[in-house]
Ligand binder design. Sequence first.
Ligand SMILES: NC(=O)c1ccc[n+]([C@@H]2O[C@H](COP(=O)([O-])OP(=O)(O)OC[C@H]3O[C@@H](n4cnc5c(N)ncnc54)[C@H](OP(=O)(O)O)[C@@H]3O)[C@@H](O)[C@H]2O)c1
Length: 324
Amino acid sequence: MSSELKFRLPTIRPYFSRLRDHWSWNTRSVIQPGTALRRRVSGKVVMLTGASSGIGEGVAEKLAEAGATVLLVARNRDKLNVIAERIQASGGKAGVYPADLTNLEECDRICEQAQQDHGRVDILINNAGRSIRRSIKFTYDRFHDYERTLQLNYLASIRMAMNLLPGMEARNEGHIINVSTVGVQANPARFSAYLGSKWALEGWTWVAANEFAHTGVRFSSLNYPLVRTPMIAPTKIYQYMPVMSPETAVKWMLDVIVTQNKRKLGVFGKGALAMYYLLPKTSESIVNVSYQSIYEEPPENYVSSKARAGKAANGPEGKNQERA
Ligand SMILES: NC(=O)c1ccc[n+]([C@@H]2O[C@H](COP(=O)([O-])OP(=O)(O)OC[C@H]3O[C@@H](n4cnc5c(N)ncnc54)[C@H](OP(=O)(O)O)[C@@H]3O)[C@@H](O)[C@H]2O)c1
């Protein structure tokens, strides 16, 4: 590789059309959101992961209603078939692409198949996700928590993008939406594995947005608060908390598709971000108080730190103890 520094003349003109588009689509999204959505997606091919449940299921139906061809991705083929049949019965277009996205070759396979079947993918929505709620101290022997979340939330999303971005770049048109969480702003306790993977996903999103800013390819991130979907059902305390409805979550997604804004963040997220930068220790104390106040059942085979320290002091076979 040559170490010589070479310069190119940057193209500036696209920034102006991008600015004009930004304001015109944001205005349309407020004045006539339904019409704007139709204009944005009618005749477009949208690949939507996590389409069998929760937010994804709702988004699939609305996009098909607005005239998009929706390619439904998730592991559960039967659920996808039911959703596709429902869409087709009401005159919409949908295709079913079952895959376990944690297998990256499956990501390649469905992207290749989709492009063969439909010629292109205009919009990729990386919505499939996995959350794990567990304290770091209970994760010492569960490294796979980090691997599982990264594999689906980060690596699979990037792999999908790597497959579909070249086509978007060649056509100078496309939109990749990565679904994240307000946890990235609020850093709640017990979500180190989940949030690490979503931070990684957002990091990639912002770099991609910067690199493609002079082209017609756009990148967005949605920072959802808690949404009442099967994802949060196992956590009892969420049953008593005010959370976003799936209908509102779907509206957020449709809004991002119309506006192509870089980030969708609610009031809570903005407040958490302000606290994080303006009062870092106070925000840490608030999160920590809530962390300490709620009891968490240790996982099976949990070894306490005291027991670990004792074991370390006594050596692997308790030799030090014998000597003593
Ligand atoms: N619900 C919330 O409170 C909340 C808050 C912030 C952000 N989010 C984010 O919103 C997105 C959607 O979540 P949701 O609440 O709608 O969750 P959900 O109802 O649990 O849906 C998750 C979807 O991901 C699919 N999926 C899971 N593992 C997969 C795999 N290995 N391969 C392919 N598909 C897989 C599931 O389908 P199969 O099981 O059929 O594969 C399902 O369609 C996620 O990225 C989540 O992190 C949710």
